[in-house]
Design a protein around this ligand. Sequence first.
Ligand code: ASP
Ligand code: MG
Length: 607
Amino acid sequence: MSPLGSKSESKNSAPLVVQKFGGTSVATPQMILAAARKAIRAQQEGNGVVMVVSAMGHQTDHLVELADEINENPPAREMDMLLSTGEQVSVALMAMAIDSLGYKAMSLTGGQIGIRTDSSHTKARIISISTDRVQKLLEEGHIVIAAGFQGIDENFDITTLGRGGSDTTAVALAAVLGADACEIYTDVDGVYTTDPRVLPEARRMNHVSYDEMLELASLGAGVMHSRSIEFAKKFNVPIHVRSSMTDIPGSMIVAQPEVLDKPVSGCAVTRDEARITIFDVPDVPGTSYEIFSRIARRKVTVDMIVQNVGENDKANISFTVPRSELKMTLAAVNEAIATLGAGSVSEDDRVAKISAVGLGMADQSGVANRMFRALADESINIQMITTSEIKISVLVQRDQMLAALRSVHRAFELHIPPSETQLAASIIGAPVERVDAVDVVERLQGMGMEDLTIHSVTLDKSQSRVTLLKVKNSPGIAAEIFETVAKAGIFVDMIVQSYGENEQADLTLTVPRDSLDRATTVLTALSDELGCGGVTSSPSIAKLSVSGIGLRSHTDVAIRTFRGLADAGINVQMINTSEVRVNVVVDGEHGDQALAVLQEAFADAIG
Ligand code: ASP
Ligand code: MG
């Protein structure tokens, strides 16, 4: 019988639950026993149970420190050999705990399960998972205990999936086993409108959509590993995030947002960001590629890329990276500068990023002005702005981070729970469709599980660009500008505020072409009133969007985009990236050519 046939039969015989316990939920022997009891209870209720367990407490951090004391630059392969031991300890103890309570359990390493990954040590990606051994153990009545965060490559070398990777192990196992539930037990009791450890008035959400969670997770909501959410979305695995301390239900992560018509669902803070600005980059095709491909080769995740429209054929490019990766990034940047003949570099590692996220944020002008007003009222200066379809991000000084987060959270009334009617509308509005386990396995045969999936490459020729030059970089200016724009009824799509040297920044918006005249009039008046440096615009721009899943963890999406356009000699005017989309703006007359170039560049990933 084919493995597919036996799989679906066993699935029909008993419901299956995957329960993942994070490090803080297995930090002590007592907590391991408590987790064991939860698993046993689920089994007694008639479920097959697969546990995925992280290393105890801060064990992984301790191992990292230990390595650091011996070698500042430990070989990645040996790092994986070391880090994977943390999970090996906890799964063995978990199996012993279940045994002591009188039930059958067996612990398995990633290699023993057959979690095959590529060989990029410390950041490995899952290629496939075999289900035979787990299925057989379940049929024999075992609780199966899987070591999180690890796998094995083609040489049988141990790999790890990146810090926090046990979430990904859990969701991936739930997907291939066709589990009915994937429960993530952690030290918080659900997904909050913002990190409750930072902001006490944060509210636990009933449910949150995959897309919002993707933005929130990578923005530092700190609840789940973002790659696990990409996975869950791709294979439609509903996730239940809940506390290991109680039995109360937590939050579901599913396809639909909590309230269908609310512009913002949550906000997040990334405290340890660093900004880098490269001045006087020649404004010619290929420069973005030159810079970001070098950074990508070092596997640094770049965010908030902002390029201001070139003056005298030179542009300034700013972006943020995790503070811990600043040094590495600067090395890459200095190489690129030498090649490009660009000017100087400035950096600031005392910044934080605040983002408002919501699937319902279609009209950014209405949302942006509320957010910027809230910040202005606290006298917080906005250093940079970027937006995506479902997110507005601002960069602020780190010591203003808390005040910034609080003011944005309040402005969108995120502390107020939705009504029963709103909840019901959201759930009825978009039922979750589960993919069949068999489909998942079939899809796995043709591709690596974590391969990039691009849904579409699209072209929007309906917009214009308008830029307000030399905007004074001080609190309240962005609020005033966007309140005026919103009052004029102008629909704004992309917003980008560059980092300005000498406290002066450029603010660029894209607007529908038929509101360009109105936008220009409004912004020109504002320029006079606020003492800015005037307004420039291009009536005809082309916005290209590459949409899909896995864009953030696949740094190469932005790179492929830049390379494709560079090879075709097309200059990139604006860039913005999010978890689910990379947008670039090019000159209108190059729109169709750019579309063809990108369709070609992503031909192998569209699915
Ligand atoms: N133990 C690993 C870490 O701390 C994996 C995990 O907990 O998800 O990153
Ligand atoms: Mg974790």
